[in-house]
Write a protein that binds this ligand. Structure first.
Ligand code: AMP
Length: 206
């Protein structure tokens, strides 16, 4: 899809933030605006589960428990998707990396494929609001007759948040040390948050 805003060269971004921060929603908006591809490891894993592949079978129980799927499965799926032609002009990594080890593996993969990160954007949210957001997401999906994610319930969310704090939150400091991190306030109206993100991305794309 062609975005409204033209970008020069390859634009690879990471969206960081806890479950329910709005990474998927905002990634979709950036796709429309900048013509990037959203690369969500959660979506890729859910597709593998639905297709009943070996990777999907191995991942399902781990995902249902709100824990992290092994790096070899996630990296294989990611590497495969990143090699598709539509990813050539830039992707938004959504839900990846989730550990420092994944961040290091991503660096190697990007070097190998002649790419580099343009920005890492952390969505800052009030964590007390996250349970409500996730429960609402499940209720809205159900009301619209859409499938409800197996891990969108209060109990699994607690495990997902624990995994986030233990394994993913340290990435903000990791990327801040590298000078690539931008923090964006991500509470409030979706369109306002999207405007903040557009401004950050437009700046790195210029
Ligand atoms: P998400 O759609 O990003 O909320 O991810 C849903 C679930 O998929 C997570 O709770 C994990 O079980 C799994 N998952 C997604 N991305 C990753 C990743 N980068 N590393 C490990 N597990 C992941």
């Amino acid at each position: 899809m062609d975005g409204n805003q033209k970008i020069q060269g390859v634009l690879d971004l990471i969206l960081l933030g806890p479950p329910g921060a709005g990474k998927g929603t905002q990634a979709e908006k950036l796709v429309g605006e900048f013509g990037l591809v959203q690369l969500s490891t959660g979506d890729l894993l859910r597709a593998a589960v639905a297709a009943g592949t070996d990777a999907g079978k191995a991942a399902k129980a781990v995902m249902d428990a709100g824990e992290l799927v092994s790096d070899d499965i996630v990296l294989a799926i990611l590497r495969d998707r990143l090699s598709d032609p539509d990813c050539a002009s830039g992707v938004i990594f959504d839900g990846f990396p989730r550990t420092i080890a994944q961040a290091e593996a991503l660096e190697d993969l990007l070097v190998e494929t002649g790419r580099s990160l343009s920005a890492v954007i952390e969505l800052r949210v009030d964590e007390d609001a996250l349970v409500d957001r996730i429960v609402n997401r499940a209720a809205e999906a159900a009301a619209a007759g859409k499938p409800v994610r197996a891990d969108d319930n209060a109990q699994t969310l607690r495990a997902r948040l624990a995994a986030y704090h233990a394994q993913t939150a340290p990435l903000a400091a990791y990327y801040a040390d590298k000078g690539t991190l931008t923090r964006v306030e991500a509470m409030g109206e979706i369109t306002e948050i999207a405007a903040r993100l557009n401004a950050v991305v437009a700046q790195v794309a210029a």
